[in-house]
Design a protein around this ligand. Structure first.
Ligand code: TRP
Length: 333
């Protein structure tokens, strides 16, 4: 291996990927590929902590893979794989479960949120979700984990588990660091702009799916919630401006231009004009990714080959760490 630092990240195939996921995560991952050795995964094992329709999960996992590639993640440069196709993740997660305290898992805000939302299915997997995530990261001796702010608590517990293990057995794991996306774009719901744009939003008008028809995308932006003040101005933290702030952030993220510059250009114009321009910019940003996606998703053999290669490569790397761990804890290897 060369001396590039290692990046690990992944997304759950739990719903259609949104514009927020694309701008906030995947687009950023593409730009990391030359400077780092990147490992990106489809986190299907995390997804079943919430009930799924099996056929949908299978289809969405492959769609996510096709979308990663369409967005510019190059399977020749980066390792791309499906979590469940690499058994090392479940194996390390079991060991780490025995080095993680109930008390620390109980404090996880995501567990509290999800168990409130799925009160009928508070399963043990939902509780130990952060341990599986720690295994994902630690198997690759990862340096940096690009994630959103909402995942930082999971990175913290991963570091705590790794430090505890290293404290007992010597340097087994690299202690990873979270890496917040450079663009910092946090894309909010189009209908409730005080909430993050989410693929699990029950109202499809709130989010833009990367799979939406381009006309539908334009329509959703044009019907985004704004305010009655009629001023195109960015006012951070002002709840009345949440809708306009969000449209300005989206425009900035898709065009790469500064928010202030965009606000100045549209100052004095009507919301209708501005929304039209944002809709067009978003459609032009998604169009090439969609065209590439439509081509790749039809090529099942290609996708299957990528999965097989990714599973093999990732297992090879992961196994080195797993072997060390097994040896340290006293398993016969
Ligand atoms: N928990 C992450 C999310 O919901 C997904 C995830 C699972 C992940 N394992 C990971 C992200 C490891 C980064 C690294 O977004």
């Amino acid at each position: 291996m060369d001396d590039k630092k290692i990046i690990f990240s992944g997304v759950q195939p739990s719903g259609n990927l949104t514009l927020g996921n694309y701008l906030g995560a995947i687009k950023n991952w593409v730009s990391l590929q030359d400077e780092y050795n990147c490992v990106y995964a489809m986190m299907d094992m995390h997804t079943i902590t919430v009930r799924q329709t099996p056929a949908d999960l299978r289809r969405r996992t492959l769609e996510l893979l096709a979308l990663y590639i369409a967005a510019g993640i190059d399977p020749e440069k980066s390792i791309l794989f499906i979590q469940s196709q690499n058994p090392a993740h479940a194996e390390l997660a079991w060991v780490l479960n025995c080095y993680t305290y109930m008390g620390e898992l109980n404090r996880m805000t995501q567990f509290k949120d999800k168990s409130a939302r799925h009160a009928e299915n508070i399963n043990a997997g939902l509780f130990t979700y952060p341990v599986l995530m720690a295994a994902d990261i630690l198997l690759y001796q990862t340096d940096y984990v690009p994630v959103g702010k909402d995942q930082m608590q999971h990175i913290e517990i991963c570091r705590d588990i790794a430090e505890r293990f290293n404290g007992l057995y010597g340097d087994v794991f690299k202690i990873p660091e979270g890496m917040l996306s450079k663009s910092g774009a946090k894309i909010m719901s189009l209908q409730e702009p005080e909430k993050k744009m989410s693929k699990s939003d029950p109202n499809p008008k709130g989010y833009i799916s990367m799979m939406d028809d381009l006309n539908v995308i334009a329509k959703k932006i044009k019907s985004a919630v704004t305010d009655s003040e009629g001023k195109i101005e960015y006012r951070e933290g002002d709840p009345a401006k949440a809708g306009i702030n969000n449209l300005l952030s989206i425009m900035s993220a898709v065009t790469g231009r500064g928010i202030e510059e965009i606000a100045a250009e549209y100052a004095g114009k009507g919301y209708g004009d501005f929304k039209g321009a944002v809709a067009e910019a978003v459609v032009e940003c998604i169009r090439p990714v969609r065209e590439e996606y439509d081509r790749i998703i039809k090529d099942k053999q290609y996708l299957t080959d990528i999965c097989a290669k990714g599973a093999e490569l990732s297992y090879k790397i992961a196994q080195r760490t797993l072997k060390k761990v097994y040896k340290k804890v006293g398993f016969v290897i």
